[in-house]
Design a protein around this ligand. Structure first.
Ligand code: C5P
Length: 227
């Protein structure tokens, strides 16, 4: 059967990864969470004190980029691929609020973006891929057959992320999460290199009042029209 590329972009916590995982499972496609890659680099940079709330040592980060290797390894028990940085499983470590606070700062660095975009394009060479992020339909795969742009109100999104973090046992307040979601959206849409924008040919989905199943069925119809 004809294989396509599905690019999913949108604001923080719009349920991109939930939808991407559902689609990948239904179609037998590979799912790539590009946010995990930016988070992986951020985690590594934090460990080396190249980034904090008050500073970003851009030159150290750029100098050492070539020594940071990222890869995904499928965990069959969990049913998704986990992120590894230089061989270390960082899947849990990259989902903390501390990483969320710094990741958009690191994602502004053009050299970081160039490295990750190249790796993402390699992963999608054979098509049959669902990739989510902020620049997938605009920069990584401008020729993707199906492009989606996800939105939902900031409050809805913060509530979802808050519930997720609580479930994972992290101690955060709703206000902290809302502030983080709003800050990241601001930086992501205002940065110079590859800002988050809807590609002209992307289909916008506002899922503020849609169930996951309704959204999945809607998008599967779009996919079937492309196959
Ligand atoms: O998707 P997630 O919320 O995990 O992404 C974390 C951050 O990584 C985003 O807020 C954004 O700053 C950055 N990112 C990016 N480009 C992508 C994916 C993520 O700049 N393709």
């Amino acid at each position: 059967m004809n294989k396509i590329t599905i690019a999913i972009d949108g604001y923080s916590s719009t349920g991109k990864s939930t939808l991407a995982k559902q689609l990948a499972a239904a179609l037998g496609y590979v799912y790539v969470d590009t946010g995990a890659m930016y988070r992986g680099i951020t985690y590594f940079a934090m460990q080396h004190d190249w980034v904090s709330e008050s500073h970003l040592n851009k030159s150290e980060l750029i100098t050492h980029l070539q020594n940071i290797s990222l890869h995904f390894k499928f965990n069959s028990a969990l049913g998704f691929a986990e992120m590894y940085v230089n061989g270390e499983n960082v899947e849990k470590a990259i989902r903390t609020i501390e990483v969320s606070r710094l990741v958009s700062k690191v994602a502004e660095v053009s050299e970081v973006r160039a490295k990750l975009v190249e790796q993402q394009q390699q992963m999608g060479k054979e098509k049959g891929i669902v990739m989510d992020g902020r620049d997938i339909g605009t920069v990584v795969f401008p020729d993707a057959e199906l492009k989606l742009f996800m939105t939902a109100s900031a409050k809805t999104r913060a509530q979802r992320r808050f519930d997720e973090l609580l479930e994972k046992g992290q101690r955060v307040t709703f206000e902290e999460v809302l502030q983080n979601v709003e800050e990241r959206d601001y930086i992501d849409t205002h940065r110079e290199d590859s800002p988050l924008v809807k590609a002209d040919d992307a289909i916008e989905i506002d899922n503020s009042v849609m169930t996951k199943q309704e959204q999945f069925e809607l998008v599967m119809k779009m996919v079937n029209e492309k196959l």
